[in-house]
Design a binder for this molecule. Structure first.
Ligand code: CP
Ligand code: NVA
Length: 311
């Protein structure tokens, strides 16, 4: 039985086995209930976690800081003008320094290769807290949220509509690892990364889920239990914003599109949302929207992850 993730890195969800994903979700569920019941152990007392941000953040930063605090660890945030990679020191040297102070490093950056490099150099666990290509911590929180609302993951029909970005890549891994049927609808030229699709198809083949790519939003959403979307211009793509808005316009999640989903289908969005662009107010504010549960579950999923990597 899998009981620990000690010493692992989390760079993409595919770094975890299905059993390890299950362990994170079960630990998060147990810790969430324990906190509410007033059972508040601090297994990481005396440890420190470096939280490095080269892009803005609200949810990831606050949820990691609070998760550290609940576990008794000290979060050390480096962001903005403190940005650790802004003074010409090599990524490898910075990683070697951080690991002398901190028992784990969480990094939000642009190129995925940078978290890979940090993980290769640092002996401590390295957590990807968003790159241009992956957002595994959000993926864990979203799996927890679906399981809480639907009661299961295997067999769930999950549709993602919009840009084939870091969230699309993450949902491919998340769905494949848990036996969901993942359908991704994007405009031509905005598909998720082909190597992630291939990897997800290989995992899904073993677990029993399916992976479908389409350019038709209605086809993806038809009969789905969950409909998710994300911003059309991710952090770092601001210069492409106008072109992207034009290309992605037919992929807006509005009430008409949601009507094609299964009765009671959930709406999901990792946030921040651009209301009126990728999603309309009546969808994100509907009773089927679980976007704030997803945001809360960032805390529980990351608390579980940290405790399993470090305890
Ligand atoms: N969903 C998410 O990662 O939010 P932040 O960018 O605010 O951290
Ligand atoms: N795709 C978005 C996710 C934000 C949490 C971005 O990378 O900006």
């Amino acid at each position: 039985m899998t009981t620990s993730l000690k010493g692992k890195d989390l760079l993409t969800l595919a770094d975890l086995t299905p059993a390890e994903v299950r362990l994170v979700l079960d630990t998060a569920t147990a810790q969430k209930a324990a906190w509410l019941a007033g059972d508040r152990p601090t297994p990481l007392a005396g440890l420190a976690v470096a939280l490095v941000f080269e892009k803005p953040s609200v949810r990831t930063r606050v949820s990691f800081e609070v998760a550290c605090s609940r576990l008794g660890a000290t979060p050390v945030v480096l962001s903005g003008s403190d940005s650790v990679f802004s003074r010409g020191e090599t990524v490898a040297d910075t990683a070697r320094v951080l690991e002398r102070y901190c028992e784990a490093i969480a990094l939000r950056t642009f190129e995925h290769a940078k978290v890979v490099e940090v993980a290769e150099v640092a002996a401590v666990p390295v957590i990807n807290s968003l790159t241009d290509d992956h957002h595994p911590c959000q993926g864990l929180a979203d799996l927890l949220t679906i399981e809480e609302h639907v009661g299961a993951l295997a067999g769930v029909d999950f549709a993602y509509v919009g840009d084939g970005n870091n969230m699309a890549n993450t949902y491919l891994h998340a769905g494949a690892l848990t036996g969901m049927n993942v359908r991704i609808a994007t405009p031509v030229g905005y598909e998720p990364k082909s190597e992630v699709v291939a990897q997800a198809r290989a995992i899904a083949g073993d677990i029993g889920g399916t992976i479908t790519l389409t350019h038709d939003a209605h086809e993806a959403v038809s009969g789905a239990n969950v409909v998710a979307t994300d911003t059309w211009a991710s952090m770092g793509q601001e210069a492409e914003r106008r072109t992207r808005l034009r290309a992605l316009e037919p992929f807006r999640v509005d009430a008409t599109l949601m009507a094609a989903a299964a009765d009671g289908a959930l709406f999901m969005h990792c946030l921040p949302a651009h209301r009126g662009e990728e999603v309309t107010d009546d969808v994100i504010d509907s009773r089927y929207s679980v976007v704030f549960d997803e945001a809360e579950n960032r805390l529980h999923a990351q608390q579980a992850l940290l405790s399993l990597l470090l305890a």
